[in-house]
Design a protein around this ligand. Structure first.
Ligand code: FES
Ligand SMILES: [Fe+2]
Length: 436
């Protein structure tokens, strides 16, 4: 890839080509949890724009320009009152739609406020996340994924910051080969201790820990299939006795993935640019079985993140916790048992924006190649003001998207993972209503 193309597909600020694409889809702006407390006002930097998110007295969300339209003071320090957010400098009051409701220092009868339109973006709350639409024109219909169909009791949302460009963060999620190496554990944990953790449960409904499948069958076949939301990524590993392991993961264009976490949970994860060189991952964990133990899942993740910024405690400053002893005896990375840290090291160590002019892609990078093709086609469409793909809702269950680990006879192919997905859906307490 040449330098210009790398810039084209990675930079996301206002006016950028890839930024114009990302702005045409709903993007996570904050966790609902971040607005807990007596004063629901938070600074948000999203796609290189400095914004402030607030919830007004009627419970409506506003995501507006952080600089006051009057003379640019910081609205994060605003007063939440009288139907909006009021700038403490001269009292201008803005509502969630960007209307300027009051300018109390202007002369009685002044109509200046009617001509002010403060920048504001529509927001919706779904699955524990506040999503915003930063694009031109009408937002697309909100997607109907499993993580949004399942009730609150069966989902849990969390996020974390990575210090790198969003695209390399996304690309690790559509790279099924790395799990056999980066996330290799030399010993398998008891799968019964796996709650809330990825890759630790048993593979499909066998007694084999998934960590063992990944470790012992480390040369997967990977192919992609076009879908109505992006790409389905089918990864097969041939096991002994004519058995095959299928791992079904997905690219949800333009910047999300949907993957299995364990037998009964999936992860839908967005990689959202803060600016060109920082991003947040936002995940919704969705249970097809029992209600989610939110307190436990949040506590597990807060052990390794600091609030209010959701920064990981591991990072470049402390070598991501690297220990050569551990690397020799316990894990492939030497960076502990949390696979999130492994992923974080992989993408942050690629540099602030991965230099794709020096990479060499192989067969295992098929999904990365396919996604870059989709992204470049979408950039071209956006530049020509043509319609962008994947903005139309799909029918269930393909809109799930289906994300499973399954084991079956080699002759079964797609029927194997389809059957496991159907079985899991039929067992999900919230699925009957969707199907009807
Ligand atoms: S700068 Fe905000 S009201 Fe004057
Ligand atoms: Fe990973």
């Amino acid at each position: 890839m040449n330098r210009e193309d790398n810039e084209l597909i990675t930079r996301i600020g206002p006016g950028s080509a890839a930024g114009a694409v990302l702005r045409q889809y709903w993007q996570p702006a904050a966790l609902v949890d971040e607005l807990d407390g007596p004063r629901p006002v938070r600074p948000v930097t999203l796609l290189g724009e400095s914004l402030v998110l607030f919830r007004d007295e009627q419970g409506r969300y506003g995501l507006v320009d952080r600089r006051c339209s009057h003379r640019g003071a910081d609205l994060c320090y605003g007063r939440l009152e009288n139907g909006g957010l009021r700038c403490p400098f001269h009292g201008w009051l803005f509502d969630v739609d960007g209307h300027c409701l009051e300018q109390p220092a202007e002369p009685e009868g002044s109509t200046l406020h009617e001509r002010i339109r403060h920048r504001a973006y529509p927001c919706v709350e779904r699955g524990g996340i506040i999503f915003a639409y930063l694009g031109e024109g009408e937002p697309p219909a909100f997607p109907d994924f499993d993580c949004f169909r399942a009730p609150d009791s069966h989902t849990f949302a969390f996020k974390g910051q990575w210090d790198c460009n969003w695209l390399q963060a996304l690309e690790i999620g559509i790279d099924p080969a790395h799990a056999s190496y980066l996330h290799r554990f030399f010993e398998d944990e008891d799968p019964r201790d796996s709650y809330g953790k990825q890759f630790r449960a048993s593979a499909a409904d066998t007694a084999i820990p998934l960590t063992q499948v990944l470790r012992d069958y480390a040369r997967p076949e990977i192919r992609t299939e076009p879908t109505g939301y992006g790409l389905r990524i089918v990864t097969t590993r041939r096991l002994p006795q004519e058995q095959t392991h299928y791992r079904i993961t997905n690219l949800v264009f333009p910047n999300a993935i949907a993957i299995p976490m364990s037998g009964d949970m999936t992860i839908t994860q967005w990689h959202v640019p803060i600016d060109d060189t920082h991003c947040f991952w936002y995940s919704i964990f969705t249970s097809f079985d029992a209600p989610v133990d939110r307190a436990k899942m949040r506590a597990q993740r807060l052990e390794r993140h600091t609030l209010p910024d959701y920064r990981p405690t591991a990072g470049r400053d402390n070598d991501w916790g690297y220990s050569p002893d551990e690397q020799a005896t316990q894990t492939y990375t030497g960076m502990g048992m949390d696979i999130n840290v492994h992923d974080q090291w992989a993408v942050e160590s690629q540099g602030a924006i991965q230099d794709r002019t020096i990479e060499h892609l192989g067969r295992t990078d098929v999904a990365i190649i396919a996604n870059r093709r989709l992204l470049r086609a979408a950039i071209q469409a956006a530049q020509q003001s043509a319609a962008l793909p994947f903005r139309t809702p799909l029918a269930a269950p393909d809109s799930g998207p289906v994300a499973v680990d399954a084991i079956g006879g080699s002759e079964l192919g797609e029927a194997c993972w389809r059957a496991l997905d159907a079985q899991r859906r039929d067992g999900a307490p919230w699925w009957a209503g969707v199907r009807a």
